[in-house]
Design a protein around this ligand. Structure first.
Ligand SMILES: Nc1ncnc2c1ncn2[C@@H]1O[C@H](COP(=O)(O)OP(=O)(O)OP(=O)(O)O)[C@@H](O)[C@H]1O
Ligand SMILES: [Mg+2]
Length: 352
């Protein structure tokens, strides 16, 4: 890298319901928000994590760049879902260079895809707590065709992809910037999107467990569509309350409640799985983000279900936001939806 200087990037979270753009600047005293934008995608654009309608996705990225007037071209984006595997593994001690050499062979044992179809990355986390001869490694494998699709929409939108991250890691970075987490404390984050819920359980700021659940807000939208005989767009408007209909109010409230309970059970199952597969570690708090966190009372329903305090994330908690440039009320409202974007924007060119 030229002069070893780290450059700022745009965080671009390409979600199935909308694309989010975040740009941060890093000053002496921390981060400052430079730019922020969100633009909806039609439901057919991204299906099961696959980019189905590249033209619309490219146009939407272009539009976001134009309206926010960002100057930076370097983009950090992320993938999640079926095409990505994150696994914590334990290997005999070796150097990073040695692991670089052998990772392909090691990975083959843990990854259910053809090793030639995936990009592999890893991070070493030091010696294993139970067996000091071994070391903990987080292994990440992502299907090459998905990575290529993301890279090509970004390039066709006139930008330069520099890092392809994973949603759960972006969330981890977002938490690290904004929240003090005590040593040995175990916290979880659940990012409830439209089609996917990302879960990450962290100890000492390191992922101990990650999982993507293929359920999210869409479930409720589809219920509304079916019950009220409306299309996706209209169901979304009714769901978020921008379109009110007195006659159907109780129906919608019930569907929101039922949907929240079902999502809460899914999240609880993952937390239970983590707690049963490790020597019991109590999760002290669950941070909630994503559009799903904006469902009325969802945080309370979830807290009731899991028996752990739930706090809706504010990804701008420790980020300086100029009130002359941004509507702080709007930032509060939209905040939880920008969680992945903020995590992505905090990366630097030249980061691993
Ligand atoms: N005020 C609200 N009340 C209820 N639901 C909401 C509200 N705001 C957003 N949502 C829901 O949140 C979901 C979108 O969240 P988000 O933007 O985090 O998802 P995404 O990143 O586009 O999707 P994914 O990551 O699953 O591909 C949609 O299902 C939307 O209906
Ligand atoms: Mg998302």
């Amino acid at each position: 890298m030229l002069w070893g200087r780290k450059k700022d990037v745009i965080g671009l979270d390409i979600g199935s319901s909308s694309i989010k753009l975040v740009e941060l600047a890093q000053g002496k005293s921390g981060y400052r928000l430079q730019n922020l934008g969100i633009s909806p995608l039609p439901p057919e654009a991204i299906v099961d994590g696959a980019l189905m309608d590249s033209v619309t996705i490219i146009d939407t990225i272009r539009e976001l760049v134009n309206t926010t007037k960002v100057k930076t071209k370097d983009v950090v984006t992320s993938v999640s879902g079926h095409s990505v595997i994150v696994k914590k593994i334990t290997l005999p001690f070796m150097t990073e260079a040695e692991l670089e050499e052998s990772i392909k062979w090691e990975a083959e044992r843990y990854i259910p895809f053809d090793i030639n179809d995936v990009n592999i990355d890893f991070q070493i986390f030091g010696s294993n707590a139970e067996n000091p001869e071994m070391m903990d490694v987080v292994l990440v494998a992502a299907k090459k065709d998905i990575i290529n699709d993301y890279v090509s929409v970004i390039m066709e939108a006139g930008l330069n992809p520099v890092i392809i991250d994973v949603d759960v890691f972006a969330l981890e970075n977002m938490l690290a910037i904004n929240y003090e987490i005590a040593k040995d404390e175990v916290v979880a984050i659940a990012n409830v999107g439209a089609s996917t819920t990302n879960i990450n359980i962290l100890k000492n700021n390191v992922s101990g467990f990650t999982r993507d659940i293929f359920k999210g807000g869409n479930q409720i939208t589809e219920d509304i569509q079916r019950q009220l005989h409306v299309d996706h767009q209209e169901a979304e408007e009714i769901k978020v309350g921008s379109k009110m209909d007195v006659a159907s109010r109780t129906i919608v409230q019930n569907l929101l409640k039922k949907g929240s309970e079902s999502l809460a059970v899914e999240i609880r199952n993952s937390l239970d799985f983590y707690q049963s597969s490790t020597t019991y570690e109590k999760i002290s708090k669950l941070h909630l983000s994503g559009g799903g966190s904006r469902i009325k009372d969802f945080d309370l329903i979830l807290q009731e279900e899991i028996g752990i305090p739930v706090e809706v994330v504010d990804p701008f908690r420790k980020i300086e936001c100029n009130e002359k440039k941004f509507d702080l009320e709007y930032l509060k409202e939209i905040g939880p939806v920008m969680a992945v974007g903020v995590g992505l924007a905090s990366r630097k060119v030249g980061d691993r």
